[in-house]
Design a protein around this ligand. Structure first.
Ligand code: T1G
Ligand code: NAD
Length: 647
């Protein structure tokens, strides 16, 4: 079946694209549109053309699956020019998302209209490339350089209403899009047509504009290439002719498309789309989740409850006593109020979110819960007591999950009736923000319970990754190796600020020592002490020396660094140097690149051990954990991707 069909409504022709799942611009689609221009130009009865898409979205861009292959004609820039040069005006009728090449096609049209709630954007930088079919050249002609810089270098789509304000589209419509587009076309034929976008001028920005943008974007990019290359293309568009700018953009696009960063970001793009629907669970029906219980309203319990409410699920929050419950509900209110402050939620939405949470101290309130997630203190006794209570009050088939970070889920579930319904669901703090969800089945966990964990991950818009049982599962195990490796460099005389600077230079927002000072050195210390108390031979970490000296991080005014009262700026610490001097056994000099390669190499080595033990199902799962849970730079692809010598 052709992906392009033409229909007629009087003097208006409608070109409908139907190329599931997201109308990506495959070669067949490009050819279909190319031919449609010829057909309609040759038809004297046609005065205007409406371009519309079937399915859930307008064109979502070039077909990313074609990127690894040699480009085939018709090339997208030529197709955009052909539509723009058509003898009849084309009107793009947008629903869902018009992204990348999809929005470039729309900019080739004389007019763009969009349904309320639709969005338009140029997300190419999120794939390590720049727009390749006039996105950097036509967008500033439509919306000015500032809006174009924001849209192209940021990669975030904008909603229809804002797109109209920016001049990216001509009208926002509601109801029947095709009918609205036909009406718009008839009206447009009554008036003089506007200039094709390529012939519209670009207003010169004020002096210093480009330099200021360069500085801001370089700071944000932290080594990622595409945003700065996109800025360069936008400047070329503002300072050179249309054709010169188009050629520059195309050359940049082709160069970046083959780059290591683009390959890494493409791998992440497809891994993120595959993760929520793992093949081994594709035919397993999850349990329908209508009501969810959360035990513990602390840091994690409140965050998890907020995430569930964001997904529209009614929540019952259980706490130890009335005082703790009030504190838990307070934590939730703080989260939703924060959403209002950041403009993510309206007051009424925040109130509705909170209203959907029922607080209780009596577990009987969970009698009809489909799923219960435990997030109480990280103590085996406390957790086991909770599951004993749950087994007494919940339905026999209610799914039961623990949010433990380090404890063995099997030990928590010991003696639980129907252990097939038990699973580890390891959220990351803040649980309503962090995308990662480690799903940790035991040997007894049923396929249906596992599938329900993934279904919850999809409902919460998380990146769910299955992890086997070992200390720290995937993420915290690699974190432990990373921190130990960083301490290993300290023992070789490499300075703390140098190691942090190296990892920031690699693309992390923070180095390992700054990050520990922010989160607190005591969490891992208590975990090591717990293991030692249990008789495990846990070697002394340098961090232990600091904690024993009262240095737990920012919260005690000092950890690996010193902090002036009320300040967060890390300062090198003489005290730390003195405390650790006896443990520095040699002095090696390493460049920052060597430091980063060493530490990323250690992460990948731990990742390989995790794969060999079957704790992770694939290298890309490990990369998703590191990117979505531990701040690994996305454009590096993750430690496993990086270790394969690709970046
Ligand atoms: N090419 C190929 N496949 C794509 C695709 C694309 N552009 N976008 C999505 N898919 C597949 C995806 O892999 C998944 O497959 C299915 O569609 C559903 O996706 C010249 C060069 C549109 C907002 O960056 O942001 O144009 O897993 O699960 O949540 O300047 O997909 O089912 O087998 O994400 O409803 C620029 C990328 C390309 C947009 C829909 N475009 N896509 O979200 O579904 S570069 C993008 C998205 C470009 C030009 C340049 C989202 C979506 P499967 P999904 P969704
Ligand atoms: P927290 O101390 O902030 O909150 C724990 C809450 O559990 C407290 O409010 C406490 O009153 C409540 N509680 C204790 N016993 C209870 C009981 N019997 N019934 C009901 N409520 C009870 O702790 P947290 O940081 O939210 O951690 C909770 C769990 O999540 C731990 O297992 C932890 O390892 C894990 N976790 C923590 C993080 C993190 O970054 N904090 C990240 C992932 C996982």
């Amino acid at each position: 079946m052709s992906v392009v069909t033409i229909a007629h409504a009087g003097e208006i022709a409608t070109v409908t694209i139907d190329n599931p799942p997201v109308n990506a611009l495959s070669q067949a689609l490009r050819q279909g549109l190319w031919d449609a221009v010829a057909t309609l130009d040759a038809d004297p009865a046609v005065k205007a053309v409406v371009l519309i898409c079937a399915g859930r979205t307008f064109i979502a861009g070039a077909d990313v699956t074609e990127f690894g292959k040699p480009p085939m004609e018709p090339h997208l820039p030529d197709l955009v020019a052909r539509i723009e040069g058509a003898q009849k005006p084309w009107i793009a009728a947008i629903h869902g998302s018009a992204l990348g090449g999809g929005f470039e096609i729309a900019m080739g049209c004389r007019f763009r209209i969009a349904l309320e709630g639709a969005s338009v954007g140029l997300p190419e930088v999120t794939l390590g490339i720049v727009p390749g079919a006039s996105g950097t050249v036509r967008t500033p002609r439509l919306a000015g350089v500032q809006a174009a810089v924001d849209l192209v270098t940021g990669g975030k789509p904008v909603k229809a209403a804002k797109a109209k304000t920016l001049g990216l589209i001509d009208a926002v419509v509601s109801g029947d899009l095709q009918a609205a587009a036909l009406a718009f076309a008839r009206e447009a034929l009554e008036q003089p047509l506007p200039l094709p976008v390529s012939q519209r001028p670009i207003a010169t920005p004020e002096p210093g504009f480009w330099e200021a943008q360069q500085t801001a974007i370089a700071k944000r990019a932290r080594g990622e290439a595409a945003p700065l290359r996109a800025l360069e293309c936008l400047r070329k568009a503002a300072e050179a002719s249309f054709d010169v700018a188009m050629a520059h953009e195309r050359a940049t696009f082709l160069e970046l498309r083959a780059s290591e960063q683009a390959q890494a970001l493409r791998a992440v793009f497809f891994a993120e789309r595959a993760a929520p629907r793992p093949a081994h669970l594709r035919d397993v029906e999850p349990v329908a989740l209508r009501k969810v219980g959360v035990i513990g309203g602390g840091t994690m319990g409140a965050g998890i409850a907020a995430a569930l409410r964001d997904a529209g699920l009614p929540v019952t929050l259980i706490e130890r006593d009335a005082e703790a419950l009030a504190r838990g509900l307070g934590n939730l209110k703080t989260i939703f109020d924060g959403g209002v402050k950041r403009g993510k939620l309206s007051e009424s939405q925040a109130a509705e979110r909170l209203a959907g949470v029922t607080g209780a101290t009596d577990y009987a309130a969970l009698a009809d819960a489909d799923l219960v997630i435990e997030a109480v203190f990280e103590e085996i006794g406390v957790k086991r007591a909770v599951f004993t209570e749950l087994a007494r009050h919940c339905r026999d088939d209610a799914i039961m999950a623990t949010n433990t970070s380090y404890l063995d889920p099997r030990a928590i579930a010991e003696g639980l009736p129907n252990p097939a319904r038990f699973i580890g669901l390891h959220f990351f703090s803040p649980a309503n923000v962090m995308k990662l969800l480690e799903i940790v089945p035991t040997a007894e966990t049923s396929a249906q319970t596992l599938a329900t964990g993934f279904a919850l991950g999809r409902a919460l818009n998380k990146i769910p990754v299955q992890a086997g049982i070992c200390e720290g599962f995937i993420g915290n195990r690699i974190l432990k190796r990373y921190r130990a490796a960083a301490e290993g460099l300290l023992r070789k005389g490499v300075a703390i600020p140098e190691i942090d600077a190296a990892m920031r230079g690699y693309g992390f927002a923070m180095g390992p020592f700054e990050a520990q000072d922010l989160g607190g050195l005591d969490i891992a210390f208590l975990q090591r002490e717990g293991a030692r108390a249990a008789g495990q031979a846990v070697p002394e970490a340098l961090a232990d020396i600091l904690v024993r000296a009262g240095r737990k991080g920012q919260k005690t005014g000092g950890g690996w660094y010193d902090y002036a009262p009320g300040e967060r700026a890390p300062r090198s610490s003489i005290t730390v140097a003195e405390l650790l001097a006896p443990h520095v056994t040699e002095f090696v000099s390493m460049t920052r690149e060597e430091i980063a390669a060493d530490l990323v190499g250690q992460m990948a080595a731990e990742g390989q051990a995790i794969l060999d033990e079957g704790i992770a199902r694939s290298p890309s799962d490990i990369d998703l954990v590191e990117i979505h849970g531990y701040g690994f730079p996305r454009w590096r692809g993750g430690p496993m991707f990086a270790a394969q010598g690709r970046s």
